[in-house]
Design a protein around this ligand. Structure first.
Ligand code: SF4
Ligand code: SF4
Length: 442
């Protein structure tokens, strides 16, 4: 049975948010250099427009959007372009990137710029301004925000949902944003509502953030149909389809986007980023990152220039503890373990979590005992047990009709499996194998 403020299945991993949830957001000092990958968002990577030797000011464009599902990249600090080459990326690959050596004497004050007055703009002009500012989904997926502001013409959007669930363990960047900048979030929501032409918006926040719920509620404007909805604390509450379920009771059909049920979802951080564009005229050049976990000496919530290398960020947080074993970008459920700390923070980097040897000890894997716990956990009602067996036999083609595409790699099934079968990892690999097979066949 569906309830508002909840969804069926899911899991309850240890939250561990207490390490950072009360730590106010601070600004990290500028590092010596920033590395700006051209591929920081879903869609087409940006096209470089600077050359080695160029001087750039903070906020200058270093790469242009390459099409509609693409955004430009801007310099997050003043300095000189010293390299445009392949560099480590947090997704584990190498990506073309612009490396900027920062000017040690620069004040990093952006050039004066025009601040667009959103009230006078048409939705199309707002969408263009948001694209020009390089805004992407700040909750981790990094889908270009302006694309979500332009849903297909044949659908009517009735509700905007703002995602303040932040259900991943350890992460508190959205939490702190809601507590410290409620007016900015709500201003962003107003701009989004104007652009989409929707009359109703709901901000979904998990109940484990009462101060965020209170701060937003106190700042709610009287002239908008805008509410804050406390949600049950459950993982993966922040997944788009789960959130829509929880807030509206609607189910987004398999393979469809939220717009198909009249809903657009934007992250709290994305709303704040949109607000900044219309408050300061500045593009997206920095973001709030939670640095947490038992393996880091000084956990923090920091405003970090995009392009800051992980090693510089971790050093600023006191460095790794002696028993640190794994650095993860994102949360421990869906994040990516890092093999190279030279990789930089990108626009979608919500957090960096460092786990200890004890926490990352690989438990022994046993055969499936058919207990069904993974079926109980899967929020999209897949059969992880059967899918896992097919994946182990590399029978990937048979996984497609079993809706492998709907798997969000949320890790809920792996989390509950008493046999320690790395189900989500198997599904991630199966998706990649299927993509490769299809590419080879075409
Ligand atoms: S990883 Fe995929 S199969 Fe496992 S619980 Fe999440 S959505 Fe279901
Ligand atoms: S939870 Fe693990 S052991 Fe139980 S049915 Fe699923 S895969 Fe098998």
């Amino acid at each position: 049975m569906l309830t508002r403020g909840g969804f069926r299945h899911g899991v309850h991993p240890e939250e561990r948010k207490e390490l950072t949830h009360a730590l106010p957001i601070r600004r990290m000092p500028f590092p010596d250099e920033v590395v700006l990958p051209l591929r920081q968002h879903a869609g087409k990577p940006a096209k470089v427009r600077v050359k080695v030797g160029d001087h750039v000011e903070r906020g200058d464009k270093v790469a242009d959007a390459d099409g509609f599902v693409s955004v430009p990249i801007h310099a997050s600090a003043a300095g000189r372009v010293v390299d445009i080459d392949w560099a480590p990326h947090i997704d584990g690959t190498m990506a073309m990137a612009v490396r900027i050596k920062l000017d040690p004497h620069a004040m990093h004050v952006p050039r004066p710029r025009l601040v667009p007055r959103w009230e006078g703009l048409t939705p199309e002009q707002v969408i263009q301004a948001v694209q020009d500012a390089g805004v992407v989904g700040m909750g981790g997926a990094a889908f270009p925000t302006h694309v979500k502001l332009a849903p297909p013409k044949d659908v009517t959007i009735h509700t905007l949902i703002i995602n303040g669930a932040e259900c991943e363990p350890y992460l508190t960047s959205d939490h702190r944003t809601m507590v410290e900048y409620p007016a900015r979030v709500l201003f962003g929501v107003r701009v989004i509502m104007h652009t989409l032409g929707v009359q109703k918006a709901v901000i979904g926040v998990e109940r484990n953030k009462p101060d965020a719920i209170a701060a937003l509620t106190a700042a709610l404007p009287k002239d908008l149909d805008l509410t804050v909805l406390p949600l049950t604390v459950k993982y993966p509450q922040g997944a788009e389809k789960m959130l829509i379920h929880a807030v509206t009771g609607q189910e987004v059909p398999s393979g469809k986007l939220p717009a198909s049920v009249g809903v657009v979802v934007q992250n709290v951080g994305s709303a704040a980023a949109i607000a900044e564009v219309f408050e300061t005229g500045l593009p997206l050049i920095e973001r709030i990152v939670t640095v947490s976990g038992e393996g880091i000496r000084k956990p923090a919530n920091l405003i970090v220039p995009v392009g800051t290398r992980l090693i510089d960020l971790l050093d600023y947080c006191g460095g790794l503890t002696d028993d640190a074993a794994e650095v993860i970008v994102g949360g421990p459920m869906m994040g990516l373990a890092q093999g190279n700390l030279e990789a930089p923070v990108t626009k979608g980097t919500t957090g960096v979590v460092v786990l200890t040897r004890e926490q990352t000890r690989q438990p022994e894997v046993y055969p499936c005992i058919g207990c069904g716990r993974c079926l109980e956990a899967c929020p999209v009602f897949l059969n992880p047990s059967e899918l896992g067996q097919l994946a182990q036999l590399q029978r990937y083609d048979e996984m497609e009709p079993m809706h492998l595409a709907d798997c969000m790699i949320c890790g809920s099934c792996s989390y509950v499996c008493p046999s320690n079968i790395p189900l989500a990892q198997l599904f991630s690999f199966s998706k990649l194998a299927l993509r490769r097979r299809k590419a080879a066949a075409s």
